[in-house]
Ligand binder design. Structure first.
Ligand code: WT7
Length: 649
């Protein structure tokens, strides 16, 4: 593979930021040389009810078992132990809404709410091992519901509140959820999202759900179905209730989180109670070095893995104080984020390159309106960060005083894999590189044949050994788990990214090597959008791909063939947009939908998405010798040219 030019640009930083990486090196080496002793020690960041038999059981690889027979409870570790020690009155969350409502909940307050809701879940018949869906906006009931489920051993699957009814129903069905927790509605960017209506629509396609608990948040009109729907405030008592935490096996599932792949429906990544918890707590310390009195703001949504691991579990395990913000970062104005940082004196900020690029577009005057001097560490996640955005974040937001912690990881990895190890000694940073692997992580860069490439060459990133935060399986589909992640490189974990390791050993994560999309740091499947398009009766064929975008990283482009009888329908594109929005959710709506007469296909009739993409992006389409209908290529070119002409007028 071709050499890349990304290795320049070592940023001169003052000594303060890189006290040397001797400690990191020592810890990292120890983690690989004596993994059992190492993890034995790291696992003690949490309280266990019963010790494990061994650190790692590899007998059924790739179904690795960390800390087998160890007994633990995530809610206990997030709450009870802080309440029992000296963090009873410490703020767990400082919650703010778009309209500046504010709630501060202490560890004791959260403990009370979680115990109460755990009791409510039990009263509704939810038992250890039952599956529940949480479909909530960024309100305090979200972490309360997650922790209450964890407390009684119910397995939750959080569905991002931006998903539509089809996506929601699919997740309910795959997880066989008995109960759904949702809200009537919520405000985002000044508009009301009617969440409960979406749940009602999804439930038409689902038979496993017996009850729906509804938080009153939007105060919009909703239908409550007798015998099924219950208000949260009607079932939660305000008394001191104590629910004994279940002793969960380290390898009992904690949650299922769905994520997109290259084929088929979304995959339910299953995370366990033990290894995952050890992983998120330690990685947060290693990468961000949070201190007792810090205020941490992870500006992701709880519905994505970033929110699971670094809004809810890791910060609470470590007893930290988090800012939790319900709303858009540009509402009511483009200085919203900076205003909140000033007002709440945020010390550690964690956001996405898309957010940075979005805010960067408004110019420096907005951050300059605010005192950002409380900031000490700036994190990013979700997609590669381009050096220009990195530098803006570093110079304008951090005033060249805060290191940028570019964390590379995935839903499946549970927590950070590659990130500057600030807690162990920060290396000199290079804008756009996540620097080095976290302790216990052993990455290699391979070519198509599984041979390690030379430093500076681009290849596929894979991992030579498991780490505690690794997902345990795919819900309902252990075969797909093996096939998707462990087959390509002979048992090593591989999940679809290109990377480079440069001559200094720095890792550069370059994004997806497959046809999975990354829109604003969110992983979406081309196949899901194509399926939704084809599911509408007007569409005969569809090819979806990502076009590079300066702000969002990528935007969605669709080419469709319309069935003969609908060809004259001038409204078709608008209708399809609406349908995708309702079915999959607003983030899935293509930026461009082009109607063409035919799509390039192989002789066996397979649509060549790769060719559509290359032609539309004005790239060389590669081998098209197997192409059946070459006229379609010209048509794609014409469609794109026409579109660009119109757009520039
Ligand atoms: C994909 C995982 C990890 C939480 C949010 C996304 C891309 C993630 C980085 C980064 C370059 C990154 C990868 C990865 N990605 N972080 N710092 N630099 N690329 O989780 O939805 O599971 O998506 O996001 O392509 O495979 P996810």
């Amino acid at each position: 593979m071709a050499k890349s030019k990304t290795q320049s640009n070592v940023l001169p930083m003052s000594e303060v930021f890189h006290p040397g990486i001797e400690t990191y090196k020592q810890v990292y080496n120890e983690s690989l040389e004596k993994p059992d002793a190492f993890w034995e020690k790291q696992a003690q960041v949490l309280d266990w009810f019963q010790k494990w038999d061994k650190v790692l059981d590899e007998s059924e690889a790739p179904f690795y078992k960390w800390f087998p027979n160890g007994k633990i409870n995530a809610s206990y570790n997030a709450l009870d132990r802080h309440v029992n020690r000296n963090r009873r009155n410490k703020a767990a969350f400082i919650w703010i809404s778009e309209n500046d409502e504010e709630k501060i909940v202490t560890y004791d307050g959260l403990y009370l709410r979680v115990n109460n809701f755990a009791k409510s879940l039990k009263d509704l018949g939810i038992k250890k091992g039952d599956r529940i869906i949480i479909y909530l906006p960024m309100i305090l009931e979200a972490p309360v519901a997650m922790l209450a489920a964890a407390r009684i051993g119910a397995v939750f699957s959080f569905v991002f509140a931006g998903f539509g009814a089809g996506a929601l129903a699919e997740r309910m069905n795959d997880s066989k959820a008995k109960l759904v927790i949702t809200a009537d509605g919520f405000q985002r960017g000044g508009k009301m999202v009617k969440l409960k209506d979406i749940v009602d629509e999804a439930l038409v396609q689902v038979s496993s759900v017996e009850s729906v608990v509804v938080v009153r948040r939007g105060r919009n009109d909703i239908q409550m179905q007798e015998g099924r729907d219950i208000w949260w405030h009607d079932i939660v008592s305000r008394k001191q209730i104590y629910v004994e935490p279940e002793w969960m096996d380290a390898n009992d599932p904690l949650y299922i989180l769905y994520t997109s792949g290259t084929t088929g429906k979304p995959k339910g990544a299953v995370h366990g109670n033990g290894g995952y918890s050890v992983w998120v707590a330690n990685t947060m310390k290693w990468a961000f070095n949070p201190q007792e009195d810090d205020r941490w703001w992870c500006a992701a949504d709880i519905g994505w893995v970033t929110g699971h691991s670094y809004i809810v579990f890791a910060p609470l395990f470590l007893g930290l104080t988090s800012i939790m913000y319900e709303g858009a970062i540009t509402y009511p104005g483009p200085d919203r984020m900076w205003e909140l940082i000033e007002r709440y004196r945020v010390n550690l900020l964690y956001t996405s390159p898309t957010a940075i690029r979005t805010l960067m577009r408004y110019g420096e005057k907005y951050p300059e309106m605010h005192d950002l001097s409380s900031l000490r560490v700036l994190g990013t996640v979700g997609e590669p960060i381009n050096p220009a955005a990195w530098k803006w974040y570093y110079d304008i937001i951090g005033k060249s005083n805060s290191p940028i912690i570019d964390t590379y990881w995935q839903t499946e990895t549970g927590g950070f894999m590659i990130a500057p190890p600030l807690g162990l000694g920060l290396p000199p940073l290079k804008p756009g590189s996540g620097t080095f692997p976290m302790p216990g992580v052993d990455p290699v860069i391979l070519d198509e044949n599984g041979i390690e490439v030379a430093p500076g060459e681009k290849g596929f990133i894979a991992y030579k050994r498991p780490w505690p935060g690794m997902f345990m399986t795919l819900n309902n589909d252990p075969e797909r788990f093996k096939r998707t992640y462990f087959e390509k490189f002979n048992g090593m974990y591989y999940c679809g990214d290109y990377a480079i390791k440069d001559n200094d050993g720095y890792f550069w994560l370059l994004g997806r090597a497959d046809e999975v999309l990354n829109i604003s740091g969110h992983r979406l499947g081309t196949i899901e959008i194509e399926d939704a398009l084809i599911a509408s009766h007007e569409v005969a064929e569809a090819a979806v791909f990502g076009r590079p975008d300066k702000v969002k990283g990528e935007v969605i482009v669709a080419f469709i063939v319309v069935k003969d009888q609908y060809e004259q329908d001038g409204e078709i594109v608008g209708k399809l947009r609406k349908k995708i929005r309702a079915d999959l959710g607003p983030i899935y709506v293509p930026e461009e939908i082009h109607v063409v007469k035919g799509l390039p296909k192989t002789r066996s009739g397979k649509i060549m998405r790769r060719v559509v993409k290359a032609v539309a992006l004005n790239e060389v389409p590669g081998d098209i010798s197997t192409l059946e209908n070459s006229a379609s290529v010209e048509e794609i070119k014409d469609a794109i040219e026409g579109f660009r002409r119109e757009a520039s007028n």
